[in-house]
Design a protein around this ligand. Structure first.
Ligand code: ATP
Ligand code: MG
Length: 367
């Protein structure tokens, strides 16, 4: 999969832009606040209809304008394709065209231009609390497996209802009678989530191990462990076994859940841990190690997506170079092969042997 070019009109700080890309590495260089991340955001939006940082589509429209246009030509699914979005300020709904044909939803273009994004917030994901890690894994799995997304939505829906029952248990004690029904359903759907996650983390960990080894020049041995509910002895076990494991944990926490009025047990508390040569990154990792391991996870995610769809998603790396030593920077700039990559950075002296350098200044390409 390859993005040949992009055209922007009144997108963020770009009035008009028309830019051709290298099939390999595109190094986007410029001072702060010139529009590097805006360009990465535009590429992500083109393929997904989602921005990784805007709350509302209207934010994407240049301040003086009423609407913006993002369009691009792509090679994917064995042919040339075109995508075009029109976004409006105000209530007018956005419009999407794929190969000149108007589409109703972003879902209709899934697979035309898939991207994997790494942004500065992801750099610290292995150091933070569990919820950003869970979100990262969930988002990757949802992209990989539509059935997982459906199960996750269902799990969260039941969890929210159970939460309400527990919170209202004094005002509405009769609701407690239906609690076992909710618990049973949670265990059923929860078992499915664990089963998906076990396989996903196994594949992700194995691929990330290889990338991290290359990244660190063989000096660090990457290992990923998936943690779920403690009564689950084997997350690869058949669904009925997982379901019983979850049920037994729930039963032993029944009283505690009533007392705390919170859902204390289940795969909504899942987490994963990365060790480098046996030491936990969370506790012992240096800045560079934490970043390297997080980037290796993204590269692994890209590879899993490629195995699934047969096409390598476009990799978007925003601001990942700082705090990495020369060898690790070289890996990012010159050694990520097998697909198209976009990398932003501020240092004008950086270059890549694999593609082209694009200099951005005040929403324009500097020639
Ligand atoms: P850094 O190196 O600091 O990350 P950057 O080159 O990635 O900088 P961007 O995040 O792309 O910078 O933003 C560039 C500029 O775009 C910012 O100064 C911002 O104010 C401007 N900008 C963002 N949204 C809009 C908009 N809707 N209209 C006009 N300008 C905008
Ligand atoms: Mg930026």
């Amino acid at each position: 999969m390859q993005l040949y070019n992009i055209s922007l009109r009144d997108f963020r700080n770009y009035e008009t832009l028309s830019l051709d890309f290298s099939p390999e590495v595109n190094l986007i260089v410029g001072d702060n606040a010139q529009g590097k991340t805006n360009l990465i955001e535009a590429i992500g939006y083109l393929g997904s209809g989602k921005s990784f940082r805007a709350q509302k589509n209207a934010e994407l429209v240049r301040l003086e304008a009423d609407f913006c246009e993002i369009s691009g030509k792509v090679f994917s699914q064995e042919r040339e394709q075109s995508l075009r979005w029109l976004l409006f300020v105000g209530s007018r709904p956005r419009q999407l065209f794929c190969n000149g044909v108007k589409k109703k939803t972003g879902g209709e273009i899934s697979g035309v231009l898939q991207t994997v994004l790494f942004c500065p917030e992801d750099l610290m994901v292995l150091k933070t609390g569990a919820s950003p890690r869970r979100r990262l894994a969930d988002m990757a799995l949802c992209q990989l497996r539509p059935n997982y997304e459906a199960a996750l939505t269902e799990y969260n829906r039941i969890l929210e209802q159970k939460s309400r029952i527990l919170k209202d248990r004094f005002e509405n004690p009769s609701l407690l009678e239906i609690l076992p029904e909710y618990n049973a359903r949670l265990c059923q759907v929860g078992a499915l989530l664990i089963s998906y996650r076990a396989r996903f983390f196994e594949g992700l960990g194995a691929a990330a191990k290889i990338y991290h080894g290359q990244f660190s020049d063989g000096k660090e041995d990457f290992s990923l462990t998936y943690h779920t509910v403690s009564t689950v002895k084997d997350p690869f076990a058949p669904l009925n076994v997982l379901q019983e494991d979850l049920q037994s944990h729930l039963e032993s926490h029944y009283r505690a859940e009533l007392e705390s009025m919170q859902c204390l047990t289940g795969p909504h508390k899942d987490d994963f841990d990365v060790t480098l040569s046996g030491l936990s990154v969370k506790t012992f990792g240096s800045q560079g190690q934490v970043r390297t391991a997080a980037i290796s996870l993204k590269l692994a995610q890209r590879e899993l997506m490629q195995r699934e769809s047969g096409e390598m998603p476009v990799l978007l790396l925003d601001d990942v170079l700082s705090e990495l030593d020369a060898g690790r920077q070289d890996f990012i700039l010159n050694q990520i092969t097998g697909g198209q990559v976009f990398i932003t950075c501020c240092e004008p002296g950086r270059f890549t042997k694999l593609g082209k350098k694009i200099q951005i200044e005040k929403g324009n390409v500097k020639i």
